[in-house]
Structures are given as structure tokens and as C-alpha cells.
Design a protein around this ligand. Structure first.
Ligand SMILES: Cc1cc2nc3c(=O)[nH]c(=O)nc-3n(C[C@H](O)[C@H](O)[C@H](O)COP(=O)(O)OP(=O)(O)OC[C@H]3O[C@@H](n4cnc5c(N)ncnc54)[C@H](O)[C@@H]3O)c2cc1C
Length: 494
């Protein structure tokens, strides 16, 4: 596609779609993003893409989105074709347009010495427009095969695999143990980041395309796991990686200490399926401590503020990342720099280099009220390993409620044991290059395969596994290939 706006970045400054004012937005559970955007604004942002010839942005995108093309089409006002280009590589562009950390923007060539193109905002605007205009419609297959495929898990990996396989004409059944489909898109990511109505309209589309959803069914519990082999021609395990890392320290058993994934789905109205928030998980008026400085921790901070927490302290064991790129971390590598989370923009205290030692119940009512910690320093040892030294002991922090967001290890339980599938040493499902596990016809994708990762990777995996399953079932496939992992520019999965 030829471009006639190579100097757009000189005329227009970078301006992403804005977030709402922090003070206003933390008073409700609505999305943090401005809902309205202006067409001319987005056109001017598309114009900033300089058609650099080597679209490093595409290498930064794990699913190889054809970014320069849709930037250009938006600049020209051809939103419908932009949507087609977007859907060519991504089944659910709103999942990423609202939630992706946008590694593509970090590899955008402009970022070498200028502000990158607002790729994420443009993606979001295209797909918002597609829904508004009614351009996104069910697209059922013209012909059906006789093949039956089971997908276990309805997160972005399972949903992408289901849609691709259904489009290849196979009969697809998605099993989901939760009451509603969506995986972490529905029961993890808070309402403030992504409205659940946006998940539901996609599920609606998939149902209308002919995909069957069996919700409230845990494979291995409610139906025997052998069903995957006896009733189906192929199966895909896409059960995510939600087994939490534990913190086995003094006082862990006290009331008022919750894992992030116990808390978030109960505390966010859009996720709680109409259930009232249990008192123990209502942060209203409480001093809340969130352990873990990552995205899940940030989501706990944001949710606690929305519930009316008195104060929220987010504690991280590691040092605060630097404001500027450290030596050896240059474009187009992903920057290892500090970025304030949306929830920290809204308030709260960030503490780094704090090593939690114990939870205490000083008034003897059975519930936590104090967190005890050491302040530490990190130094690189002679062997290159980082070592911590305690510089201050016995720090006390008020904590009426503690939220543990210290990470996930792998898939939670092992209801798949009867199939005797080989696992990796990290506890994820081992697969070959075609995503097939050690059991013939049983595939794995998404976080269940890779370990905790990102939505964009899950969608890419879902598309990939669908192609391999289609080939396994029919000996060939017309489903589009995913991007061959292009080079080391692609953002790390972990
Ligand atoms: C709080 C939080 C916030 C996040 N925020 C972001 C973000 O902003 N951006 C981003 O890119 N990524 C984010 N992530 C990561 C992202 O959500 C995951 O990488 C992604 O959802 C993985 O998709 P998946 O399909 O592999 O698994 P999941 O989304 O975990 O879905 C797996 C599904 O399988 C179901 N299941 C499990 N076992 C069974 C069984 N035996 N039978 C039937 N069903 C079963 C589960 O109930 C679940 O619905 C976040 C993660 C968390 C926890």
C-alpha cells in the first residue's frame, strides 16, 4: 500500500485516546477510558505512521497485526477496510485494543527518537467503530464437516481457537467451569479496564456462528476427562494458568487475607454475577495492603479504591524500575523502565524493596491488622545474581485487608491426570511444534501451555492451535498461518 503522508509525525503530536480524570473515575466501576473519540483526532494519529519500510511495530506484535496498513486506512477514513485488516490477524481486537500493554508501540520506529504512533488507540477506535456501525456480524461457515472438537476453557485462547475451528466448518463445543464464558477477560480483568458487556457481545457472536458453550461444567469433575478422547475427534486444553504462588509466612491463615483471584471476581460488580460482595472482601473504610507490583496488583489497588478503601499501599519486593532505559536496553527492545499504572494514577502508596515477613493480629480478633516487613537493598553479586540485604527490620504497616497478587505458576488443578499428559517442569502442558500434547489428538494453548502471559499471546496461540487441529483432522488447512516468530523483538511471554 503506498503512503503519501511520510511527514505526518512532524505535523501531529502523539495523542492517545484519553483516560477519564483519576478523581472522577475512581468513584465508579465504569471503564477508565474516555468513551467518545473524535474521527479527525484518530486520523491525525494514523497520519503519524511514516510507512518506514521496516515495520518494526509488526515484529513487536505477537500476532503480527498489519499495523501500517490500518494506520493508513484510518488516515484515509476507510474504517471498514481497516477493520477487515485488523480482523485478518486478530479475532478480538477490542480485547487487545483496550487491554494490551502494546509492545508494538515500543518497537514503532518513531520511538527510536520520538513519540510512537498511538497504535493501541487506533486499534480500539477501529473496532469500536465496527461495533457501532454493525459491521461486526456472525460469520458462520458455509459448509460443515463431520468433525467434533472440544475446547476446554473459554479465555481468549479457547475463544480464538473455537472461532477459527468453527469457521473451518467443524462442530465446536467449549466447556467452561465458570457460570459464564470469557476466562480472565470476564472474571479477572476488572470492570474499570474492560466492560463485561464487551465480552458478552463477542460470546453472542460466537454462539450465533454455531459454537456450543457448556458453562458450569468442569472437565475432569463434572464430566470425565476421557470424554475428550471418546466423544471428540480432537480437543484443545485452554484452561489458563491461574494457580497462585503462595506466601507461606507467619499469620497467612488470618482472616482478611485474600488471593487476588478470590477478591477481584467478587469485588467487581460486572464479574460477580449479581452476588453481593462478602463483607470480608469489601475494602470500604479499610487500610488495604496489596502485595505484588505487577498488573494483577494494580487491578487490586484500583478495585480497592473503588470500594472506598481508606488507604491502599502496594508493596513490591524488587526495586522500582528506572525512569530512563538502563544501559543495554535500547530500542527496539521492550523498555525496562517504570510506568505508573492506571490505578496508581488514582492514588495509593507504592513501596519498593519491601520484604514481607509476617501478618499479625494484634487485637486478637482473628483478623489481620498489621503487616510486618523488612526494607531491603538489591546488589548484583560477582556471579551476576541479584542479592538482597536487609537495611531496616520490623517495619509495621496498617493492614485491615491484605490482597496477595504475587503471581501465578501454572494451570491450577490436575483433573487431566487420567489422560497422563506430559507436563513441563513449570507445570504447564508440554506440546510439540503443532501444539499437540503427548496424547494424540489432544492439544494445548494459551497460558495453560505457555504459563502466565498476555491476552495477545493467548489469541495468537488460539489461532495457531486451530490451524494445527484443522490440519490434524483433515490433512490440510486454509486457516491463516500465524506470524512466524519473527525475531527477538517479540515481547517476552512471561
Ligand atoms: C487480574 C489480571 C489482570 C490481567 N490484565 C491483563 C491485561 O491488562 N492485559 C493483558 O494482556 N493480559 C492481562 N492478564 C493476563 C491475561 O488475562 C491472560 O494471559 C489470558 O486471559 C490467558 O488466556 P487463556 O485463554 O490462556 O486463559 P484464561 O483467560 O485464564 O481462561 C481459562 C479458562 O479455563 C477455565 N477452566 C479451567 N479449568 C477448567 C476445566 N477443568 N474445565 C472447564 N473450564 C476450565 C477457567 O475457568 C477459565 O475461564 C491479566 C491477568 C490477571 C489475572
Amino acid at each position: 500500500m503506498s503512503k503519501d503522508h511520510p511527514d505526518g509525525y512532524l505535523k501531529n503530536e502523539r495523542e492517545p485516546i484519553h483516560k477519564r480524570d483519576p478523581d472522577e473515575r475512581k468513584g465508579d466501576f465504569e471503564e477508565i477510558w474516555e468513551q467518545k473519540w473524535d474521527e479527525d483526532h484518530l486520523k491525525s494519529q494514523g497520519e503519524r505512521c511514516m510507512s518506514c519500510g521496516t515495520p518494526a511495530c509488526m515484529s513487536g506484535c505477537p500476532i503480527g497485526n498489519i499495523i501500517p496498513d490500518w494506520n493508513d486506512l484510518v488516515y484515509r477514513g476507510d474504517w471498514k477496510r481497516a477493520l477487515e485488516r485488523l480482523h485478518a490477524t486478530n479475532n478480538f481486537p477490542e480485547f487487545t485494543g483496550y487491554n494490551c500493554p502494546a509492545p508494538c508501540e515500543n518497537t514503532c520506529t518513531l520511538k527510536y527518537n520520538d513519540d510512537p504512533v498511538t497504535i493501541k488507540s487506533i486499534e480500539r477506535a477501529i473496532v469500536d467503530r465496527g461495533w457501532e456501525e454493525g459491521w461486526i456480524e456472525p460469520d458462520p461457515p458455509q459448509q460443515r464437516t463431520d468433525e467434533e472438537v472440544a475446547i476446554v476453557g473459554s479465555g481468549p485462547a479457547g475463544l480464538a481457537a473455537a472461532q477459527q475451528l468453527n469457521r473451518a466448518g467443524h462442530h465446536v463445543t467449549v466447556y467452561e467451569r465458570d457460570e459464564n464464558p470469557g476466562g480472565l477477560m470476564r472474571y479477572g480483568i476488572p470492570d474499570a479496564k474492560f466492560s463485561k458487556a464487551k465480552v458478552e457481545r463477542r460470546i453472542d457472536q460466537l454462539r450465533q456462528e454455531g459454537i456450543t458453550f457448556e458453562c458450569g461444567v468442569e472437565v475432569g469433575e463434572d464430566i470425565p476427562v476421557e470424554t475428550l478422547e471418546t466423544e471428540y475427534d480432537a480437543a484443545c486444553i485452554a484452561v489458563g494458568s491461574q494457580k497462585p504462588i503462595e506466601l507461606p509466612i507467619e499469620g497467612r491463615e488470618l482472616d482478611g487475607i485474600h488471593r487476588a483471584m478470590e477478591y477481584l471476581p467478587r469485588a467487581n460488580p460486572g464479574q460477580s454475577d449479581g452476588m453481593a460482595v462478602p463483607e470480608a472482601m469489601d475494602a470500604d473504610g479499610k487500610s488495604v495492603v496489596v502485595l505484588g507490583g505487577g498488573d494483577t496488583g494494580a487491578d487490586c489497588v484500583g478495585t480497592a479504591h473503588r470500594q472506598g478503601a481508606e488507604q491502599v499501599v502496594q508493596i513490591e519486593l524488587l526495586p522500582k524500575p528506572p525512569e530512563e532505559r538502563p544501559d543495554g536496553n535500547q530500542w527496539p527492545d521492550q523498555p525496562q523502565t517504570y510506568e505508573k499504572s492506571y490505578s496508581q494514577e488514582e492514588g495509593g502508596v507504592e513501596e519498593y524493596c519491601v520484604d514481607t515477613q509476617a501478618f499479625r493480629d494484634t487485637d486478637g480478633d482473628g483478623a489481620v491488622d498489621t503487616l510486618v516487613a523488612d526494607r531491603v537493598e538489591w546488589d548484583e553479586g560477582e556471579d551476576g545474581d541479584w542479592e538482597k540485604t536487609v537495611v531496616e527490620e520490623d517495619i509495621h504497616v496498617d493492614a485491615d485487608m491484605v490482597l496477595l497478587a504475587v503471581g501465578f505458576t501454572g494451570p491450577e488443578s490436575t483433573p487431566f491426570d487420567p489422560l497422563d499428559i506430559e507436563m513441563t517442569e513449570n507445570g504447564t502442558f508440554a506440546t510439540d511444534d503443532s501444539h499437540m500434547t503427548s496424547v494424540d489428538g489432544v492439544f494445548a494453548a494459551g497460558d495453560a501451555n505457555s504459563g502466565p502471559s498476555l491476552i495477545v499471546w493467548a489469541i495468537g496461540d488460539g489461532r495457531d492451535v486451530a490451524r494445527h487441529i484443522d490440519e490434524y483432522l483433515t490433512g490440510e488447512t486454509d486457516l491463516p498461518p500465524s506470524l512466524e516468530t519473527p525475531n527477538e523483538l517479540v515481547v517476552s511471554r512471561q
